[in-house]
Write a protein that binds this ligand. Structure first.
Ligand code: MRU
Length: 353
């Protein structure tokens, strides 16, 4: 990729400020955990895997800065930082997954002392980052066979390099197919209200010179009816045990449209997005954001003052509408409950089907 979504700089975490794209390519340096938490909350960095990587790096920054060499104090301070990270955004389970990995390292402080634990925490954050890029490449390589030359592929929100440590999940599949020489067109849903499709996915695809057509969210049905869409591929923020999938608001509508037009609908996500503790999508916490994101456009009011608005950031697509889930361990098909459990437990990279 021609840009870096996030980087560990030793004394700071550098991230591409996604609030400024596509007008400005500006990097943001976070020098402490609170500024990382703020960046996640305000969506300078966003996308489930990228949020997890950022939180881990934020905790690593705090580990560097905490002076105490007393295991108890060190642990208490870092536990507070883990809690702060966990409160930033509720839906993407990758955040909690990454924080838990850091907590496991932290718990070794009583046995191994502060100095070693500090090093371990930094190493773990860098491992989470590195693994994420590798996992994305595997997702791409497992999913690329779903794309054929001449296809039209529709995607929603941004599940690209910007949403991950690098490469992307849904866009990772697209990049891998392009790398094989396949020629196709990507239709990009603008993704109201935060416009991740318009601002971020379109930007990534332009950088990568992949033919892309931007549409407003309400145009997908027309494209499908015209026969221009052959595959829908989206990312995920949390996948319950039965395969129900939370992703950016608007995903559910696309899945319904896909079913009604007989178009395969796939989710691309790392296994760190699976939350097998939840029976179904009903239990996934859905973030509701400030209504000003709906009533205003970049600070400018576009709705009458005083109107009520609804702003859930995610919706849940029922598993019945999903053809398959593309993971780093292969494409998971129905019955999801049995196959997701099996894949989560498997250490290797084998395919289920
Ligand atoms: O609110 P956002 O921009 O963080 O939402 C992002 C999405 O919904 C993505 O599709 C999802 O996190 C998958 S990213 C690989």
């Amino acid at each position: 990729m021609k840009f870096k979504t996030i980087e560990w700089k030793g004394d700071r975490v550098r991230m591409l400020d996604q609030r400024k794209l596509p007008q400005e390519v500006r990097y943001l340096d976070c020098r402490n955990a609170s500024s990382v938490a703020h960046a996640i909350r305000t969506m300078a960095i966003r996308g489930a895997p990228a949020i997890g990587v950022a939180a881990a790096m934020g905790i690593a920054l705090a580990a560097r800065r905490i002076r105490s060499n007393q295991p108890e104090r060190f642990q208490k301070s870092l536990e507070r930082v883990c809690d702060e990270m966990s409160r930033t955004r509720p839906t993407a389970v990758n955040l909690f997954w990454a924080v838990n990995r850091m907590r496991k390292m932290l718990n070794l402080v009583h046995a191994d002392g502060v100095e070693k634990t500090r090093r371990r925490l930094i190493e773990e954050a860098l491992r989470i980052f590195k693994e994420d890029v590798e996992v994305n490449k595997k997702i791409g390589s497992n999913g690329k066979r779903l794309i054929h030359s001449g296809d039209g592929i529709l995607t929603h929100c941004n599940a690209g390099a910007l949403a991950t440590g690098g490469f992307g999940t849904a866009l990772g599949v697209i990049y891998a197919a392009r790398d094989e020489g396949k020629q196709f067109r990507v239709f990009v849903d603008e993704t109201r209200p935060m416009l991740q499709g318009c601002r971020l996915t379109a930007w990534e695809l332009v950088q990568e010179k992949i033919p892309a057509t931007l549409i407003t969210d309400n145009m997908a049905g027309v494209l499908m009816r015209k026969g221009l869409v052959h595959l829908v591929v989206v990312g995920a923020d949390r996948i319950a045990r039965n395969g129900d999938t939370a992703n950016k608001i608007g995903t559910y509508g696309l899945a319904v449209l896909s079913k009604s037009h007989g178009i395969p609908f796939y989710v691309a996500a790392p296994t760190s997005t699976l939350d097998l503790s939840l029976t179904s999508g009903e239990e996934i916490p859905i973030e509701e954001r400030n209504i000003s994101e709906v009533t205003h456009f970049r600070g400018y009011p576009i709705a009458p003052k005083g109107v009520e608005a609804f702003n859930p950031a995610f919706d849940v697509t029922p598993h019945s509408l999903i053809h398959g889930i593309i993971t780093e361990k292969g494409i998971i098909r129905k019955p999801f409950e049995r196959n997701l459990k099996r894949i989560k437990a498997s250490p290797g990279l084998e395919r289920t089907q």
